[in-house]
Design a protein around this ligand. Structure first.
Ligand code: CO
Length: 134
């Protein structure tokens, strides 16, 4: 059911420092910061030949990654995003298998303008999974 790895998201406490490290030390193609107030994050997109890395920093008071950064002060892998052909078909299959979809279960428009869902990390080897309709 899952297809391509769309991105790996890394939460970071200092977005400028993280972007500079990916650009200058790792030699990657790095975007300018993109504020996404509706998601409570500012994102830097790192484009790799076969996938993307998203560097996430908190934006605003109620950012969903603030708690994560409290537990991981230097940053860390926050979630992985897999593509699916049909997000509603995917949700039905996952719910039938007993997996928990976060929030109200309705797909939301994600960082790339496409419908996304998040799956409970306790159901998937301790990893927060984002599904994005391809
Ligand atoms: Co993501």
């Amino acid at each position: 059911m899952i297809g391509r790895l769309n991105h790996v998201a890394i939460a970071v406490p200092d977005l400028d420092a993280a972007a500079a490290m990916y650009r200058d030390v790792l030699g990657a193609e790095v975007s300018a910061p993109v504020p996404q107030p509706e998601h409570g994050v500012t994102v830097v997109f790192v484009t790799l030949p076969n996938t993307k890395i998203e560097l996430l920093a908190p934006l605003g008071e109620a950012s969903p990654i603030t708690g994560f950064l409290t537990r991981h002060a230097e940053g860390g892998i926050h979630h992985v995003c897999y593509e699916v052909d049909d997000i509603r078909v995917a949700r039905h299959r996952l719910e039938a298998a007993g997996a928990r979809v976060l929030g109200d279960g309705e797909p939301k428009i994600g960082a790339h303008g496409k419908p996304v869902l998040f799956l409970h990390p306790k159901d998937f080897c301790g990893t927060l999974i984002e599904l994005e309709q391809a």
